[in-house]
Design a protein around this ligand. Structure first.
Ligand code: ADP
Ligand code: MG
Length: 744
C-alpha cells in the first residue's frame, strides 16, 4: 500500500490522467504493447509508474523501468515519484551514465535510454523488468528509436515464454504512426490518448524577425513584466550560455531585493558584457568535458558549440531606458547541465510579491512541466547536432526548431488558465522556414556513424533492424562495406567473400570500439586511433579537426582586391605564403596537410583574431571551430584512452619532424584508403592521357591536382586527397599529400 500526503493526493487528483488509471492499467494488462499519448503536463511520466506499481507490476523482485532521452528528466522524475509515493530513493531510483542511486530494492527505475541499451547488451531478455516505458518517444532520439525496435522483438518473445514484459511507448504528440506500423509490431499496439486539460493560448507573432533574438527576448520579458497581469513567464532559448546571459540581464534589472546596489553596479555590468563578447572566440576554459555522454544528442548537456550562432553582437542588447524600480522578478535558469537541486527550484513558489521567470532550453518543452506559467516567450531557436555530408562531420548549430516544437512551447502557457505565447519571429518565417516536425535522429545521422554505433551496441544486422523510421537499406550496406575496409568492422567468418550475406554478419573490431567514441567521421576516427605513437597525436587531432570543418583555408581563386591588379597581387601573396608553409625536404611530401598545420599554428600564434586570420588567408570562423574541436577531441581522448601520458592541447604546436611528417602521411592513408589516386600520364605511352592526369579508385574520369595545391609542381606518383571539386570542367583533388607506393 502506498501512502501519500493529502497535499500530493490533491495535486494528483487534478491531473487529467488521474481519472484514467483503471483504463490504462487494464489496457497494459491486456496488451503487450501500449502507446500512450497525452499533452505535456497531463501526468504521464509521474503517474503511470505509480499506477503500475500499485497494480502489482513491481512484485516478485521485478522492476518497472522508464527511459528518458534527457538526464535531467531521469533524475528529477525519480525524485518526484519517490516523494509522491513517500517511498525512499532506493526504491524509486535513477541511473544515468556515471551516477545513480539504484539498489537491489529498487522497484521503479528511471534511466537514460543509453543506460538501458547498455543493460540490453548484458541481458537481451531484460529479465529483471516487468515493464519498460519509453518516455518522450516523440523526440525521436536515436537511442529511443533503437530501443523501440529492439523491444518490438523482445516483448512478444517474453509474452510467448509466459513471462510477459510490457512495453509502453509514451509521447506528447498524437503523431504515432511510426510506432504502430505492422513492420514493427505484428499484433497492433493499443493506442490510448489522455484528454488534455489545456486552456486557450493566444499566439502573437512578431512582425519582423530580428536576428538578435536574445536582445528581443530580453525586451519582451521586460514588457510583459511591466505591463501585463500576474503569471509566470517561460522563455525558450537555444543553449545554456544564452540562458545565463538572459538571467544575468533580467536579475540585474529586476532584483529580488530592489534598491540593493542596482545603480552602482551598472558600469561593472557593461564591462562584464564586454568580456562576454570576446569569450566565444578564445576562452575555452569553461568548456565542460562531458562529451562522453551516455547519449550523444542530449544537446544542451554538451558544452561544445555552445557559442555557435551567437555572434558577438548578439550579446549586446539595445540600450534600455534606466529601469524603474519595479516588482522583483524571480529568475531561474533551466538546462540539463544545471545541478538537480537548482533544477527543482522551478517547482517551488516564487518569493512573496515576485513574478516567476524561467529561462530554459528545450528541456522545458516536454520533459519538465513548470507550474503557473501564463506567458511563453519563444525565440524559435534550438541547438542541434547537424551532419555535413561534404566534410562528414557533425557540428552543433543553432537553428529554427520545428513547428511541432514551437506549438509544444506555446502550449506551456495554457496549463493553469488562458495564456499568451509571444513568438519572436514572423508568421512567414514560421510557415516557410520551420520544418513541420523534427526529423528522427536516425535519418539525420551519417550512415557510417549510425552503422558503427549500432554495431558498437552489438546489433549485427543493421539493414534488417526494425527502426520506427528506417534509413535507406542500400546506404546502410554501402556504409558497412566502407567500415569493413577501415577495419572497424570485420566479417564473422574469416576469409569469407564480401557478399551481402556475410556483410550482415560483420561485427565491430577492437579498433572500431575506439573509433566509435570519437564524434567525427569513422575515417577520421581511424586516423586518431592510430596516432598514439611518436607523439603524433597532437598533429592528428589538429588535422582531423581541420579536415572536419568546412574550408579553413580561403579559396585563393575567390580572393578579390579593389581592382584586377590588386586581386592578382593578393592571390599571389596568398599562394606564396602557403608555399612557404609547405616544408622543404622530406616533410614537403605532407603537402597541403602541412600547410594546414602551419597555417593554424600561425593563426594561434598571432592571437586568432578575424584580422589575423584574413591576413593569413584563413576563415576566422572555421579556425575558431577547429580550436573547439581540438579541445573537445583532446578531452575525449584523455578521458577514454589509456595514454602513456595525458595529451595536452598546445594550440601553437611546433611543426612535425621529418619522421613525424612521414608517419602522418601513413596514418592519413590508413583512414582515407579509398581516397587515393595514382598518376597515370607517365606510366603509359598512350597519347590521349593528358599531362598531370591521375586515376582514382572511385571514378573513371581522370582527375588532376588542384591548381592551388602546394604539390602541384611535384606531381607525386601517388597521393591521398580530401575532396574532389570541379574547376572549369576539370575534376581536381584538393588538400593533397604524397604517399609511397609500398604503403598501398
Ligand atoms: P507529462 O509526463 O504528461 O508531461 P508529468 O508527469 O511530468 O506530465 O507532470 C505532471 C505534473 O507534475 C505537472 O503539473 C508538473 O508540474 C508536476 N511536477 C512534476 N515534477 C514536480 C516536482 N518536482 N514538484 C512539483 N510538481 C512537479
Ligand atoms: Mg513527461
Amino acid at each position: 500500500p502506498v501512502e501519500r500526503t493529502p497535499e500530493i493526493q490533491l495535486s494528483r487528483a487534478k491531473l487529467p490522467i488521474f481519472a484514467e488509471e483503471q483504463t490504462i492499467v487494464e489496457a497494459i494488462r491486456e496488451h503487450t504493447v501500449t502507446v500512450l499519448c497525452g499533452e505535456t503536463g497531463s501526468g504521464k511520466t509521474t503517474q503511470v509508474p505509480q499506477f503500475l506499481y500499485e497494480a502489482g507490476f513491481a512484485t516478485n523482485g521485478r522492476v518497472i523501468g522508464i527511459t528518458e532521452p534527457r538526464r535531467v528528466a531521469a533524475v528529477s522524475m525519480a525524485d518526484r515519484v519517490a516523494t509522491e509515493m513517500s517511498l525512499s530513493k532506493d526504491i524509486v531510483s535513477y541511473q544515468i551514465r556515471y551516477e545513480g542511486n539504484a539498489t537491489e530494492r529498487t522497484r521503479i527505475l528511471f534511466m537514460t535510454d543509453g543506460v538501458l541499451l547498455k543493460e540490453l547488451q548484458r541481458d537481451i531478455q531484460l529479465s529483471r523488468y516487468s515493464v519498460i516505458i519509453i518516455d518522450e518517444a516523440h523526440e525521436r532520439s536515436m537511442y529511443s528509436d533503437v530501443l523501440i525496435g529492439l523491444l518490438s522483438r523482445i516483448a512478444p518473445m517474453r509474452a510467448r515464454k509466459g513471462d510477459p514484459l510490457k512495453l509502453i511507448v509514451m509521447s506528447a504528440t498524437l503523431r504515432v504512426e511510426d510506432f504502430t506500423q505492422p513492420r514493427l509490431f505484428r499484433e497492433p499496439p493499443m493506442v490510448m490518448t489522455v484528454e488534455s486539460r489545456q486552456f486557450r493560448v493566444t499566439i502573437h507573432f512578431s512582425r519582423r524577425t530580428n536576428d538578435n533574438y536574445i536582445a528581443e527576448a530580453y525586451k519582451k520579458v521586460c514588457q510583459i513584466h511591466r505591463q501585463l497581469p500576474d503569471g509566470g513567464i517561460l522563455v525558450f532559448v537555444a543553449g545554456q550560455q544564452e540562458v545565463n546571459t538572459l538571467i544575468d540581464w533580467l536579475s540585474h534589472d529586476f532584483p529580488l531585493n530592489p534598491g540593493s546596489k542596482a545603480k552602482e553596479t551598472k558600469p561593472k555590468r557593461v564591462k562584464q558584457r564586454k568580456s562576454l563578447q570576446s569569450a566565444p572566440a578564445v576562452d575555452l576554459n569553461d568548456y565542460s568535458a562531458d562529451v562522453n555522454d551516455d547519449r550523444g544528442a542530449d544537446l544542451d548537456e554538451v558544452g561544445a558549440g555552445e557559442n555557435l550562432g551567437l555572434d558577438d553582437e548578439m550579446m549586446e542588447r539595445e540600450d534600455q531606458q534606466p529601469v524603474e524600480p519595479s516588482r522583483p522578478l524571480f529568475c531561474l535558469p533551466l538546462y540539463s547541465m544545471l545541478p538537480t537541486s537548482k533544477q527543482t527550484r522551478v517547482f517551488q513558489r516564487p518569493p512573496e510579491g515576485a513574478r516567476l521567470c524561467v529561462v530554459a532550453t528545450n528541456v522545458a518543452e516536454t520533459s519538465i512541466t513548470i507550474p503557473d506559467v501564463r506567458y511563453v516567450v519563444d525565440t524559435g531557436k534550438e541547438k542541434a547536432r547537424l551532419h555535413d555530408p561534404v566534410t562528414g562531420v557533425s557540428q552543433f548549430v543553432v537553428r529554427w526548431t520545428s513547428q511541432a516544437s514551437a506549438n509544444q512551447r506555446a502550449g506551456r502557457a495554457g496549463r493553469v488558465g488562458p495564456g499568451d505565447a509571444y513568438r519572436l519571429y514572423s508568421s512567414a518565417v514560421f510557415n516557410d522556414e520551420f520544418e513541420r516536425f523534427s526529423e528522427p535522429e536516425v535519418l539525420n545521422k551519417p550512415v557510417d556513424e549510425l552503422v558503427l554505433q549500432m554495431k558498437a551496441m552489438n546489433i549485427v544486422k543493421v539493414r534488417n533492424f526494425p527502426f520506427p523510421t528506417p534509413p535507406d537499406g542500400d546506404a546502410i550496406e554501402a556504409g558497412e562495406r566502407r567500415l569493413i575496409k577501415l577495419d572497424v568492422l570485420a566479417m564473422g567468418v574469416k576469409g569469407a567473400a564480401a557478399d551481402a550475406v556475410e556483410q550482415a554478419q560483420a561485427r565491430i573490431t577492437a579498433l572500431g570500439r575506439t573509433v566509435s567514441l570519437f564524434p567525427v567521421a569513422p575515417k577520421f576516427g581511424v586516423v586518431l586511433a592510430l596516432a598514439d605513437q611518436y607523439e603524433l597525436l597532437p598533429y592528428a587531432v589538429c588535422l582531423v579537426a581541420a579536415l572536419s570543418v568546412r574550408e579553413p583555408l580561403v579559396n585563393v581563386t575567390s580572393i578579390r582586391g579593389c581592382d584586377a591588379d590588386e586581386t592578382k597581387r593578393l592571390m599571389v601573396a596568398c599562394l606564396k605564403q602557403r608555399r612557404t608553409w609547405a616544408a622543404q625536404g622530406q616533410s614537403h611530401q605532407l603537402g597541403d596537410l602541412m600547410v594546414l598545420l602551419k597555417a593554424i599554428g600561425a593563426a594561434e600564434f598571432d592571437g586568432l583574431t578575424p584580422a589575423v586570420c584574413e591576413q593569413l588567408g584563413l576563415h576566422h570562423k572555421a579556425v575558431v571551430e577547429i580550436r573547439k574541436l581540438r579541445k573537445q577531441l583532446t578531452d575525449l581522448i584523455n578521458a577514454t584512452c589509456k595514454l602513456s601520458r595525458p595529451l595536452v592541447l598546445d594550440a601553437k604546436m611546433k611543426p612535425p619532424t621529418e619522421l613525424q611528417a612521414k608517419l602522418l602521411r601513413q596514418t592519413t592513408l590508413a583512414g582515407l584508403g579509398d581516397q587515393v589516386a595514382r598518376r597515370v600520364d607517365r606510366t603509359t605511352t598512350e597519347e590521349e592521357i593528358p599531362k598531370g592526369a591521375y586515376q582514382t579508385l572511385i571514378m573513371k574520369e581522370f582527375v588532376f591536382i588542384h591548381p592551388t595545391s602546394v604539390l602541384l609542381k611535384d606531381q607525386p606518383d601517388f597521393v591521398v586527397y580530401q575532396q574532389i571539386v570541379d574547376v572549369s570542367g576539370k575534376k581536381c583533388m584538393m588538400t593533397v599529400s604524397a604517399i609511397e607506393p609500398e604503403w598501398l
